[in-house]
Design a protein around this ligand. Sequence first.
Ligand code: XMP
Length: 512
Amino acid sequence: SILIVDFGSQVTQLIARRIREAGVYSEIAPFQSAAEAFTRMAPKGIVLSGGPASVVDEDSPRIPQEILDSGLPMLGICYGQQALTRQLGGQVEKGAGGEFGEAFIDIGAPCALFDGLWTQGERHQVWMSHGDHVAELAPGFRPVATSKGAPFAIIADDARRIYAMQFHPEVVHTPDGAKLIANFARHVCGLTGDWSMAEFRAAKIAEIRQQVGSAKVICGLSGGVDSSVAALLIHEAIGDQLTCVFVDGGILRQGEAEQVVGLFRGHYNIPLIHVEAQTLFMNGLAGVTDPEAKRKFIGKTFIDVFEAEAKKIGGAEFLAQGTLYPDVIESVSFTGGPSVTIKSHHNVGGLPERMNMKLVEPLRELFKDEVRALGRELGLPDVFVGRHPFPGPGLAIRIPGEVTKERCDILRKADAIYLEEIRNAGLYDAIWQAFAVLLPVRTVGVMGDARTYDSVLALRAVTSVDGMTAQAFSFPGDFLPRVATRIINEVKGVNRVVYDYTSKPPGTIEWE
Ligand code: XMP
């Protein structure tokens, strides 16, 4: 395994991800507790992350001495490079200006990190983000790559197997970065690269058992990939100490409740409470048109219902959530700065404090595609694993204006036709998310010989890597007209269909 010492970079989890991609197990430990993690793990290699501090400052984070003295291969990234340099006897200077963003490095010498990848004389794109820089190498080091702003873009001490770079190999903007990290893990540390999701599953199961003991756990199941995978994994770990709660507020898609209840209760035999709270939600949504008011009402009502069910079960000490790493980054980067709330996202946030429960979040280190891989590993059916994301407030935020049961029913039908056509055309997996939006606008149409005066439905489909940015999906020419015709013919209440071409930014994916 590899130990990643975290100096507080925003992208440390990406280092772990790249190492997992190379088929090697890794763990991240904050620099303060890295020495203990080192003793416990007995790793075969060390990666030192970037971080916001300046090694020039006296009280800045340091690499624990036992790690420095271990004789293990080390890879220092950005702050990690500077800490290595300073602690091994070189000089780091506070930069005037620094380098941020795309940069190019010139490969000046061979290096074990370049195996099968780069050769001397080549120039390669990397991603820089640093203020300070190495001014004088520590004894034993030689430069192997340089950039305009960083003469020591990559340095190496071959005898001690210590490599360090000023840029960030873990981000996608360093196109060959994943391979550099894989070379470190496999060629330098000599790890075989046979770690897989199967091992992650086994390790997490052991961890969950250890954390939970004989206590009860409840899990809010939405039917989405994240909560489904979390529930399955936890059930595998602790069996019927887990109870799932599935709240149906009448804002789910067609067939969703049946599918979720059928799979979890029927197929997996996991204790599941199916709460039929349609009336409660619809009554509360009556007259509410402001998007934030809808979101807040739904979030709060969900918590109320969940809490009531948890009380009935009694004695649950833990709340399970399918929190992913991107959720963690977003919430971290939103603390401390004066940031604007674009939308109040709803998951079961707020519950743990209110109910005084401890959290079980087995997916916290993973990215969406890794959760999908874990879902497959756990045998979750493809229709669940590959599902498009669906927001907590559900159809309510796809009905601008007032939400009523009638409008939810109309939208459900139209949405189901749209998705059925997308699946039939083999396009489902090429799209990040596709859905219909029922507009509070009526237009005139003619059907048969009669005049109609009905609602407009907007169709949306986007491609995206992480939901943070998105582009409208381009359907083949005859697809949208066919779907429009089907919807208008089959869904009473809709007589016009339009397509949304807005990208994000400036739009958002959902309409509210
Ligand atoms: P926006 O509309 O902000 O959406 O561009 C980005 C992604 O997040 C989903 N989304 C939500 N997911 N609770 C969720 O769990 C929410 O309240 C919520 N609001 C938006 C949205 O569907 C898209 O995938």
